[in-house]
Design a protein around this ligand. Structure first.
Ligand SMILES: Cc1cc2nc3c(=O)[nH]c(=O)nc-3n(C[C@H](O)[C@H](O)[C@H](O)COP(=O)(O)OP(=O)(O)OC[C@H]3O[C@@H](n4cnc5c(N)ncnc54)[C@H](O)[C@@H]3O)c2cc1C
Length: 525
């Protein structure tokens, strides 16, 4: 019995792949799948299906992904991802995902950093459509006893002995009891949004607590300094709202008012891809143009030129959301936007087989560092979550036995240790973000580190968050170059001496940050 922590796209994909091989799993999640962050995904999923008559190929998808990630991803893993993407898209379609179609063929839209139209979509609610299909597929295996769903269960500890993961302790938050599940364990617990409450587009239910536990038990973390700022977000109550890249894929244009007239700066500064440059490039350009003489300090996303058919057929949900949350109709008014934290390219270090540095502990999806290098391309994350879940499942031995054991109730001390007070959370966020923004320098990062060190965590969960924050800052300090999402004012150039993965480990409470060479590319798969 395999234990999977997380029931978003990565967790569901791993559970289904195991079930297809006849291997049972416990699919554990703090919240039901229907509420995982994957449901929020909007714009689409990439696969070089070549349905648009542009002569697309997986090799071009590979090249765009590597280039977009500034060559920091493992090329062999990316080759696996991109070459299997068409098969994954066809599998999803066969499961019933209502991908947009014309004359029977799947329609694909443009997305950032990609030279061909290769993003398959279901209006602007692709994540929801994919999740619905995978939840249905998982139910089939639930009925056959191969997937045992445990929603409302939180990971509270991982048992690791001599570098081998032996199982996980879970808290059933409804029944208020503790369970023990066996190894192998797959972590599919999403990104580190919980470290930045109110400031990310993702869900803060992904607290980072599971990654902190794994780190404390010996699993290395990689490329933590690579935090993606999405160009088009809007602050709303309690979070940043995403305006999907699909808006620019369908013709939306970024502009700033310069001397009283709109200046479509991306089209002028980057004529080849214009508004669809990779996200790190667009976000930095947005900040820079606001300092250009004669420019106002606000960038707008202008979608007023989009055809009625696009609003009706391709982006209806996006328009409804903008009207609902901002009381602005994008058909008539440009939307004020600014970059916001959206995705974590870094996370648990995994090899090509999705093994962490702890035996019998795997990781997949946004909690794992693989595929995206220094900057993720839009549409590659859902693909990577599904593919990564499949790869982790494929590499788990078939003969594993396991059990679920019911332990007693949670002790008061344990319960207390699981809490993170909102006050601590906000203080940590402010300490991190004061100087770990889109542009960093050694002096900034050291100031941030002192502010983090001055915090006084009261519980184990707070100490875990603080440790993750410190590891992020130390990783950002160690990378003395600018690459992708990591931009250093004091080291503004890309430096090939840092063409390496940043790896953070912890021993006796001390965090060490080193670098690991990126594997050479093997012959084509
Ligand atoms: C608004 C928005 C739009 C996006 N649009 C796109 C898009 O168009 N295309 C694209 O490719 N990507 C998109 N993304 C990114 C993409 O949605 C995610 O990266 C991806 O879905 C992550 O999947 P996952 O399975 O790794 O994690 P999640 O879907 O976040 O699932 C994490 C799971 O772990 C569980 N969990 C977390 N912590 C614990 C714990 N301690 N104990 C137990 N369970 C735990 C959660 O309950 C959940 O079930 C978007 C993201 C956002 C926020």
């Amino acid at each position: 019995m395999v234990t999977i922590i997380g029931a978003g796209l990565a967790g569901l994909s791993a559970a289904i792949s195991l079930a297809e091989r006849g291997i049972p799993s416990n699919l554990v999640s703090q919240q039901p799948s229907e509420r995982a962050q994957s449901v929020l995904a909007e714009g689409g999923i990439n696969a070089a299906l070549d349905t648009m008559g542009e002569g697309d190929s997986w090799q071009e998808h590979f090249a765009d992904t590597m280039r977009g990630g500034c060559d920091l991803a493992d090329p062999n893993a990316v080759a696996g991802l991109t070459s299997h993407a068409p098969e994954i898209a066809r599998w999803l379609a066969a499961l019933g995902v209502p991908f947009a179609r014309e004359d029977g063929r799947m329609v694909q839209r443009s997305f950032g950093g990609q030279k061909k139209k290769r993003t398959a979509y279901a209006k602007s609610s692709t994540g929801k459509a994919l999740m619905t299909a995978l939840i249905d597929e998982a139910r089939k295996y639930e009925a056959a006893g191969l997937i045992h769903r445990l929603p409302h269960h939180e990971l509270i500890d991982l048992t690791v002995e001599n570098g081998v993961c032996c199982g996980a302790r879970l808290w059933d938050t409804y029944a208020d009891t503790v369970l023990r599940c066996g190894a192998p364990v797959v972590l599919a617990c999403g990104g580190l949004n919980g470290l930045f409450p109110g400031m990310t587009t993702g869900t803060v239910h992904n607290t980072g607590g599971a990654a902190a536990l794994a780190f404390a038990r010996g699993a290395a973390l990689a490329n933590l300094e690579m935090i993606q700022y999405h160009p088009t977000t809007v602050q709303i109550s309690g979070k940043r709202m995403l305006v999907s890249e699909a808006s620019r894929g369908e013709g939306g244009r970024l502009c700033v008012m310069r001397n009283g007239k709109p200046w479509y700066f991306m089209e002028e500064l980057y004529p080849e891809l214009g508004n669809l440059m990779p996200r790190d490039v667009v976000s930095r350009a947005m900040v820079r143009v606001c300092d250009v003489s004669g420019c106002e300090k606000q960038v707008y996303l202008d979608m007023t030129g989009l055809d009625a058919a696009i609003w009706r057929g391709r982006l209806p949900d996006l328009r409804a959301e903008l009207i609902h949350y901002l009381a602005l109709d994008p058909k008539k008014t440009p939307i004020p936007v600014s970059p916001g934290i959206h995705f974590f390219m870094g996370g648990l270090y995994v090899d090509e087989r999705h093994r962490t540095t702890v035996s019998e502990l795997y990781a997949a999806g946004e909690c794992a560092c693989q595929y995206h290098g220094a900057n993720r391309l839009g549409g590659n994350s859902m693909l990577a979550a599904i593919y990564g879940g499949k790869i982790a499942a494929r590499n788990i031995r078939a003969d594993v036995a396991g059990s679920v054991e019911k332990l007693g109730r949670l002790s008061d001390e344990e319960r207390e240790n699981l809490t993170v007070s909102p006050r601590f959370s906000l203080s940590l966020r402010d300490a991190l973000l004061s100087d770990l923004g889109m542009v960093r320098s050694e002096a900034d990062l050291k100031r941030s580190l002192s502010a983090v060190d001055a915090l006084e965590p009261r519980t184990a969960a707070e100490r875990g968050c603080l440790t993750l924050g410190r590891a992020m800052l130390l990783s950002a300090l160690a990378r003395k170059e600018s690459r992708g999402a990591h931009c250093r004012a004091d080291f503004p150039e890309r430096d090939e001496a840092f063409h390496k993965t940043t790896v953070a480990t912890i021993a006796d409470g001390e965090i060490a940050v080193g670098f690991q060479a990126i594997p050479e590319r093997r012959a084509e798969p």
